[in-house]
Design a protein around this ligand. Structure first.
Ligand code: NAD
Length: 258
């Protein structure tokens, strides 16, 4: 891979799995030093670190504001700089709004939305001082349109798109950009976990549940791969995207076009 990010330093939240891990791997392969974050078995975290050139790992819990801010400070001190912040950590819970557990609502808002605010607030002063910064927030197609039974997720992801636009306006005259990426269904544990309950609910095979219910919204009728999202992020943090700011870029197999 071309070393377009040589000399730069990056932090990717929720990068022990799925989309975040693919982004971290691509950033590393493009020459950036990367700090990982997220939960998982020790052996899986070690494997993620090895895949990113022995990258340091922060165990910070994105539901805890003080841990989010301390993680940003730790990355800046480990690398002496922080050029790229990718807010990616996220969780999902599916339930009718009347039965939606309040604790799940709070956790989804904290991890999927508020952690982005805290990480951005902590990272921006250094980016401004050094005169370079790229912030990418992994929102979702659910940041732009809704589905039933995902109230907290949809509210949080719409919030991420709003946060992205507001921050973009604040940094517009600086050599810093803030953009959101809005994937449709991506082949990761977070999305794959939604298939068996759908199959059970509708009394169909998992294959049928995937095609007829989960991917029904995605005209391509196929998963987006984590690496496809990572390639979009790589372009957004690279040298050719300086004019793109405050955008919410879809990568959803045509979902938003329908
Ligand atoms: P995933 O479950 O594979 O990975 C989620 C990552 O977040 C993991 O590394 C996990 O350890 C980490 N994480 C969860 N809670 C955390 C916490 N409290 N503190 C720190 N880390 C935490 O999921 P994914 O599908 O790769 O999702 C990544 C992002 O992409 C999420 O924001 C998700 O909403 C978004 N997204 C996913 C899809 C999809 O279809 N998979 C679609 C659109 C958007």
């Amino acid at each position: 891979m071309e070393q377009t990010l040589a000399g730069q330093a990056a932090l990717v939240t929720g990068s022990t799995s799925g989309i975040g891990l693919a982004i971290a791997r691509f950033l590393h392969q493009s020459g950036a030093r990367v700090m990982l974050n997220g939960f998982g078995k020790p052996e899986d975290i070690a494997a993620a670190q090895a895949a990113c050139g022995g990258a340091p790992h922060s165990p910070a819990d994105m539901s805890r504001p003080e841990e989010v801010r301390a993680m940003v400070a730790e990355a800046e001190s480990a690398f002496g700089r922080l050029d790229i912040l990718v807010n990616n950590a996220g969780i999902q819970h599916v339930s009718p709004v009347e039965e939606f557990p309040a604790a799940k609502w709070d956790a989804i808002l904290a991890i999927n939305l508020s952690s982005n605010f805290h990480a951005i607030a902590a990272a921006l002063p250094g980016m401004r001082a050094r005169g370079h910064g790229r912030i990418v927030n992994i929102a979702s197609a659910h940041g732009l349109v809704a589905s039933p039974f995902k109230t907290a997720y949809v509210a949080a992801k719409h919030g991420v798109v709003g946060l992205t636009k507001s921050v973009a306006l604040e940094v517009a005259e600086a050599p810093i950009t803030c953009n959101a990426v809005c994937p449709g269904f991506v082949r990761t544990p977070l999305a794959e976990a939604q298939v068996p309950p759908l199959a059970g609910k509708h009394g169909v095979s998992e294959e049928a549940a995937l095609k007829d219910f989960l991917l029904a919204k995605q005209p391509s009728k196929r998963w987006i791969e984590p690496e496809e999202v990572a390639r979009m992020v790589l372009w957004l943090v690279g040298p050719d995207s300086g004019g793109v700011n405050g955008a919410a870029l879809s990568i959803d197999g045509g979902w938003l076009a329908a």
